[in-house]
Design a protein around this ligand. Sequence first.
Ligand code: CP
Length: 344
Amino acid sequence: MAETAWNHRHVLSLSQFTPQDYETVISTAVSFRDVLSRRNKKVPTLQGKVVTNLFFEPSTRTRSSFELAAKRLSADVLNFAPGSSSLTKGETILDTAKTYLAMGADIMIIRHAATGVPHAIAAELDRLKTGVGVLNAGDGQHEHPSQALLDLLTLCTVLNPENPNIQSLKGKKIAIVGDIVHSRVARSNLWSLTACGAEVHLAGPPTLLPARFVDSFQRSPIEPPDISRQLQQHTSLEAALKGADFVMTLRLQRERMAQYLLPSVREYHHQFGITHERLKSCSPAVKVLHPAPVNRGVEISSELMDDPERSLIGQQVTSGVATRMALLYLIGTRGRNAEVLDGN
Ligand code: CP
């Protein structure tokens, strides 16, 4: 694998990513996808390294695909389940992280229902000068960087299967629909898709897409002046869907709804559920994404979810392993010469 420019010890928020960072992740993930198509799917890249999966909130896809990605890179993987851990005896989250640090963790992958927990752990690990990298696997309603990066790989692959790259996203219209206010997936995707030149259109009921929601995503803290982000929000679904190349629908996150934000689930599906009928105003080749888990028949119809011509949901999960291998590789070998993938 060619040497890559990579400056991140942690991956906490895509607001810190440049277009070059996205290109690096995509090209690295494509190399690992080739590895995953071989008979021997394992490379020795992270041999001797310890990767810790600290999931304080439930997960199927993210936890399992980070675990598989780490194992494919030959790392030793420690999985943590809060219900059977010493958290139940009053141990703090920071002390839990320090316990894994004392066992030799090199990379910590952290999911928590509260915004900022991965950042707090990363700050403490930096203060202690440990060199340990932290990957945010979803923090509250804030961000889910690896999900947006696997979405990016999925989109780039559809647009240019032979040579997936972020240039192919320029000018593509992507509608993100549904429960946007509670969605860390939407927030990470807003940063990545707009930085790569896509035109992003949001739609959802006003209780789930507050007025001026997009304002804080127009400029990132590290923005070079030449990035101009194409981002709009709509109250009507029709405006967002018209001519869209891709539609990303989001799970209605009832567990995060402190109050009654919708008249009914049936009414929500009637107004914002994505169906074959609704896709008629999109581009003829439109494809549909969903980060999953899915509420079938709520944010997307069951028929559309299972339609292999339209639905990319399975491909998103598949992209997740190569994308997470890329992230673990980039963080785990940061500062070292690039590893040779053919060393097995
Ligand atoms: N998309 C996603 O984060 O799924 P899990 O909650 O199953 O990890």
